[in-house]
Design a binder for this molecule. Structure first.
Ligand code: SF4
Length: 322
């Protein structure tokens, strides 16, 4: 089975999965899409500690080489190299993956210099050591160039301030051509500068730069709503720091104020709604709910990903690193 090819993830062109399977490590993993797909529908790998990760087929591994061969045509059409999100159904820096597989992956990355590899992880704390090992193998066996490689963007997924404080300094301390954050699903307000300020001054130095921020709400069954002010704050923080901001999607829930006329006409009480507080808690307006209302509470409506779109205060934010 080909575990790659085209994707509808708007911030990339293609996904490549070198292996499948993972273990939940964050509140952001609670409704893991990959687990539903791979464990539930494909029945190809199980999730959890001690469960074997499953390497994808040799045919699948040839796909990036094919993209590399086609790179000139891609460049002519798009004016840039193909972006490849690696691994949407696993985690590149999962410590339960055979290090030899990761070494193979890094050799593949070295062999495809005209692809832009987006390595996104929820385990950024493992990245420095694992990159060092996999890179050393690539250098030793295949004379690969010194790290960081120009075709690798390194990203950390975070979902709240606690993870930002813990993981942004780790991300910024790993050398990479570009570093990015994926804040999806966003489950709380995040002050990026607060996290950066927690870095020991000697780490990273002048190179400790963030090049891109992606954010979005959760979709699918049981999706949790995100307060719109969190996304707006990220937008403003990115603007102030001249960091490109990509607001990918509202997801399941959209603020009622952001619904267009057609959606409002559809909503004759058929969509669920909740009131979301700035701290992320949310509640219905059922008569037996006696919580206090705040002026900053926002009424959110469950319209589904297909309708919710990605307008933030009426504007699309789809910037990429330069
Ligand atoms: S890290 Fe990603 S693939 Fe792994 S459990 Fe969490 S959401 Fe799923």
């Amino acid at each position: 089975m080909i575990m790659a090819d085209t994707t509808n993830i708007a911030w990339t062109d293609s996904t490549f999965n070198p292996w499948m399977g993972c273990t939940a490590v964050s509140p952001a993993c609670d409704h893991c899409y990959a687990q539903t797909l791979v464990e539930g529908r494909f029945k190809r790998a199980e999730w959890g500690p001690g469960k074997p990760r499953v390497r994808t087929s040799a045919t699948n591994w040839k796909l990036p080489l094919q993209w590399e061969r086609e790179h000139e045509a891609f460049y002519r059409e798009h004016g840039r190299n193909r972006r490849v999100f690696c691994a949407s159904l696993a985690d590149v820096f999962d410590n339960e993956v055979d290090p030899a597989w990761r070494a193979d992956l890094f050799r593949l990355i070295a062999a495809t210099p005209h692809l832009t590899w987006q390595l996104l992880t929820k385990r950024i704390g493992n990245a420095a050591k694992m990159i060092f090992e996999a890179h050393a193998d690539a250098v030793f066996n295949h004379s690969a160039s010194a790290w960081p490689w120009a075709n690798v963007w390194l990203g950390a997924t975070i979902c709240n301030q606690q993870e930002a404080d813990r993981d942004i300094p780790k991300l910024l301390s790993v050398p990479a051509a570009k570093r990015f954050l994926s804040i999806e699903p966003m489950l709380g307000a995040i002050d990026i500068q607060r996290a950066i300020n927690r870095m020991p001054w000697q780490i990273g130095g002048g190179d400790a730069e963030l090049h891109w921020v992606i954010a979005g709400g959760e979709s699918g069954p049981h999706a949790r709503p995100s307060h719109p002010d969190w996304f707006a704050s990220l937008r403003d923080q990115c603007k102030a720091a001249s960091v490109p901001y990509f607001f990918k999607q509202w997801g399941e829930w959209i603020p009622e104020s952001g619904m267009d006329r057609a959606m409002r006409m559809l909503d004759h009480g058929q969509f669920d709604c909740v009131h979301v507080k700035l701290d992320g808690s949310y509640h219905t307006n059922a008569p037996d709910d006696h919580r206090q209302w705040d002026a900053s509470d926002v009424r959110m409506v469950s319209v589904g990903k297909a309708l919710s779109g990605n307008l933030l205060d009426g504007v699309k934010h789809e910037a990429f690193p330069i």
